[in-house]
Structure formats: C-alpha cells, structure tokens
Design a protein around this ligand. Structure first.
Ligand SMILES: Cc1cc2nc3c(=O)[nH]c(=O)nc-3n(C[C@H](O)[C@H](O)[C@H](O)COP(=O)(O)OP(=O)(O)OC[C@H]3O[C@@H](n4cnc5c(N)ncnc54)[C@H](O)[C@@H]3O)c2cc1C
Length: 415
C-alpha cells in the first residue's frame, strides 16, 4: 500500500492551499476530494477581514484582525503566520504568471453585481475596482441572454456610493451563442476567449465606449488564469476595464482553481478526484489511515499526517442529521457550539451581529490539531482547516478565503 507524508481531504481553497504548501516543503502529498468546493461561487477574491466586530469596516484588514477575540482562528494562529501565508499565496500566483494585487495594509475595492463597492484584500487584477473612484465616465456592460445581470440596478447603486457628477452609460452586447437558453457568465467568457467572439465583442463596445472610461463587465474576460483578454481589451479600448462579482458559476473562482491545480501537478501532488473519504482508523489518538469510496471500489490510504479541509456544513465536512447533534463524519471530532442551539440564528439574516450558527465548528490549537470538549488534543497527526473551524462568521466578517488560506498554511507548516 502506498503511504504519503501528508493526505489532504477536500479540494476547496483550503485543501488546495494546504496541499500546495506541503508539496512546496518537499512532502509527498495525496489530495482526496469529491468536488470543486466553493470556487465556482466565490469570485476568486481573498477576503481577509473587513468587519471584525460590528458592521463597521476596519481601517485596514490587519487592523481588523487586531480587533478580533482570542477564539477567532486568526488570533489562535497569530498575525506573523498570517503575513507569511499572504506572502506565500502572492508568490505562488506570481510564479504561475497570474499575480494578484493587494496587501494587509489596505482594502481593495471591488464592484459587486448589485453595484455596491465591497472591500476585499487580495484580488485578481481584473477585479480591481478602485478606478471607479478616479475616472469620470463609467460604462456598464451587459450581455443579451445573461441570467440575472441588471445594469440598471448597478447604475442606481453606483450613483449612491460614488461621488456625484460621473457620467454613466449602459451597453448590451449580443453574443453569437446558440439561442434558446439563458447564458451564464462562463458561457460568455468562453465566447470572449475565441478570436471571433472577442472581435465581435470589441466591435460592439467601440460603438459606445470612449477612451479614458471605466468599463465594468460581468466575469467574462476569459476562462484561463491569465490576463490576456483583460490586457488586450484595455489596450484596444484605451480604458480601465474591470469585472464585477456575479452569480455562479464564477469564472474568477474557476481561474483560481485551475491555477492551483496546475501548481499542485507541477509539484507532484497525487490528486484523486470523485473520491469521498468515509472513515478512519485511529489508534491512541493517531490516525493510521482513511477509507475512501471512489466510483468502483473502496480503498485505504495511509499517511504520516492528515489535513481535514472538508468545508464545514456547506462542503459536507460537518453534518447535523438530528437537531442539535453536529457530527464530523470522518474522524468523529467533537464540534463546538457555544450557547443554546435554539438561539443559534439571529432573526435578521444580514444583521449587525455575527450569526451564532456561523461560529459552529471545530476548535483547534495553534498548529490546527483538533481539540476535545476539555481543550485537549483529540488527534495528534490530524489538522483541521478552512470552513470546518469554529469561531468566525465568514459572511459577516468577509474573511472566508482568508481563514482558509491562513489555516491551510499553518497546518501545512506544522506537518
Ligand atoms: C456564495 C458564496 C460566496 C462567497 N464569496 C466569497 C468571497 O467573495 N470572498 C471570500 O474570501 N470568501 C467567499 N466565500 C467563502 C469561501 O468560499 C469559503 O469560506 C472558503 O472557500 C472555504 O474553503 P474550504 O476549502 O474550507 O471549503 P470548500 O470550498 O467548501 O471545500 C470543501 C471541499 O471538501 C470536499 N469534501 C467534503 N467532504 C469530503 C469527504 N468526505 N471526502 C472528500 N472530500 C470531501 C468538498 O467536496 C469540497 O471540495 C463565499 C462562500 C459562498 C458560499
């Protein structure tokens, strides 16, 4: 039986980053996963910390982190590791010729699908929205047949958040794609990636767009993790060009996934997809192996160390078959929940407080080992990362991929 140094379970952002850091350190890594995680949902933005406590936006991501309670994963891990993790990610993207922009010292502003401005931290260059504050002429681009993209709503909201006196223009592009069904941004991104599609799109844009404008599109500037389409369009239009966030499937999330998978293959990570881990063999607080179910058969995988990146409730890493019993199904790790489960949701979904249900998860020590109810190490060679962790509300704080990145980095540096 093949034995790895490290087995990573889960192929979302936390799992791919844990595998990347472990492999870069020279470990023999196997990644077991049965899905692409939340990449198709999350615009490829690495939000680190916007709203640490109340609904107020912190001065900088780093300042926001300093305001968190000691139970938050960032505080458990520490600010020095956080800076190292950010540097690792930025270096990886640079090495893959798809550099991200941003730092812990400044928010990067991104235009949302509704035309609000959202603070993020590490951002693909196609999504940098800061130009909106500077330029006078703003062009909002829609595509005929694109589902749930409303340029008029975007314009109304941008007028509220940007200073007065800007000029707005809307343009609808007619993509030459087979009719008869709604289009997604990914369909259009594929069309724009072709020579004919790009030329047709450019020709239609030129009828409206003046040089020196800001041109805001949905996520349609290509499917690969490179900036070729974005750079060409900026050059051809002589404009600042940017993508907004949007509904799934997110081309930007999928570009980030492709980039990371390319990096893992380059570093000889064994990737086993469509593979669901269904149990583990534990002896004296040490995991010896995990059992996984693939298409045709079950198989045992052995390793020295295991990183659990199965994505909490959303990813399938935590389950509640009977209220209020929450289960971690692979290692049976205790799941932490403070307070009365009957009170675990605020009535207001978008309230000025974190949602108690979002804080549910696994408690860990600083090396990401899971803890039992008494705060003792539950398994000595298992590390827990990403959305499985307790103590943070990614949606409220805007910290989802940030916690995934930092916890994955710390776990991989600890194995
Ligand atoms: C709609 C939406 C929008 C978001 N937008 C943003 C954003 O703009 N910026 C941001 O920073 N964050 C955003 N987030 C949050 C962010 O996507 C997540 O917090 C983060 O990516 C979690 O990563 P993860 O790897 O822990 O989990 P996931 O991405 O859920 O990955 C878990 C993986 O584990 C696999 N898995 C589960 N169980 C098993 C098993 N038994 N065996 C094998 N594999 C298993 C799953 O199939 C999946 O591949 C958003 C989230 C959502 C839902």
């Amino acid at each position: 039986m093949l034995k790895s140094d490290v087995i990573v379970i889960g192929g979302g952002f936390a799992g791919l980053m844990a595998a990347a850091v472990s492999a870069k350190r020279g470990k023999k890594v196997t990644l077991l996963t049965y899905g692409s995680g939340s990449f198709p949902l999350n615009s490829g933005l690495i939000d680190i910390m916007a709203k640490p406590v109340s609904g107020a936006i912190a001065a900088t991501p780093l300042q926001g982190i300093s305001e968190l309670t000691e139970k938050h994963p960032y505080q458990v891990i520490g600010a020095d590791v956080l800076k190292e993790a950010v540097a690792f990610f930025m270096g990886l993207c640079e090495e893959e010729n798809y550099p991200y922009q941003g730092s812990l010292d400044k928010h990067q502003w991104v235009v949302t699908a509704l035309g609000t401005m959202k603070p993020s931290c590490l951002v693909p260059k196609t999504m940098i929205g800061n130009y909106c504050f500077k330029q006078q002429d703003i062009v909002l681009v829609g595509f005929n047949g694109l589902k749930d993209h409303y340029s008029n709503v975007m314009e109304e909201n941008l007028k509220n958040v940007l200073e007065n006196g800007k000029n707005y223009e809307q343009v609808i592009i007619y993509p030459d794609i087979e009719e008869g069904r709604d289009l997604t941004a990914l369909d259009i991104a594929r069309w724009v990636s072709t020579t004919e599609g790009y030329a047709a799109c450019l020709q239609q844009l030129r009828t409206v767009v003046k040089p020196g404008s800001v041109v805001i599109l949905p996520q349609v500037l290509g499917v690969k993790p490179d900036y070729a389409v974005w750079e060409q369009l900026r050059k051809d239009l002589q404009c600042d060009v940017m993508e907004s966030t949007g509904l799934p499937p997110s081309a930007n999330g999928l570009r980030l996934r492709s980039l990371l998978l390319h990096y893992l293959k380059k570093h000889n990570v064994t990737i086993i997809e469509n593979c669901q881990v269904i149990g583990s063999h534990i002896q004296d607080k040490v995991c010896i192996s995990v059992k996984a179910k693939a298409v045709a058969r079950e198989r045992i995988y052995q390793a020295e160390q295991f990183i659990l990146a199965t994505g909490g409730f959303y990813g399938g890493g935590l389950r509640m078959d009977h209220f209020p019993e929450i289960k971690e199904p692979i290692f049976n790790i205790p799941v932490h929940f403070a307070g009365d489960p009957e009170d675990w949701a605020n009535e207001e979904l978008f309230s000025q407080q974190k949602q108690p249900f979002a804080l549910v998860g696994i408690n860990t020590d600083a090396q990401m080992h899971p803890l039992d109810g008494q705060g003792n190490c539950f398994l000595t060679n298992v590390h827990v990362v990403g959305r499985n962790l307790s103590g943070y509300d990614f949606c409220f704080e805007q910290s989802g991929n940030g916690v995934a990145l930092v916890s994955a980095y710390q776990a991989a540096m600890s194995v």
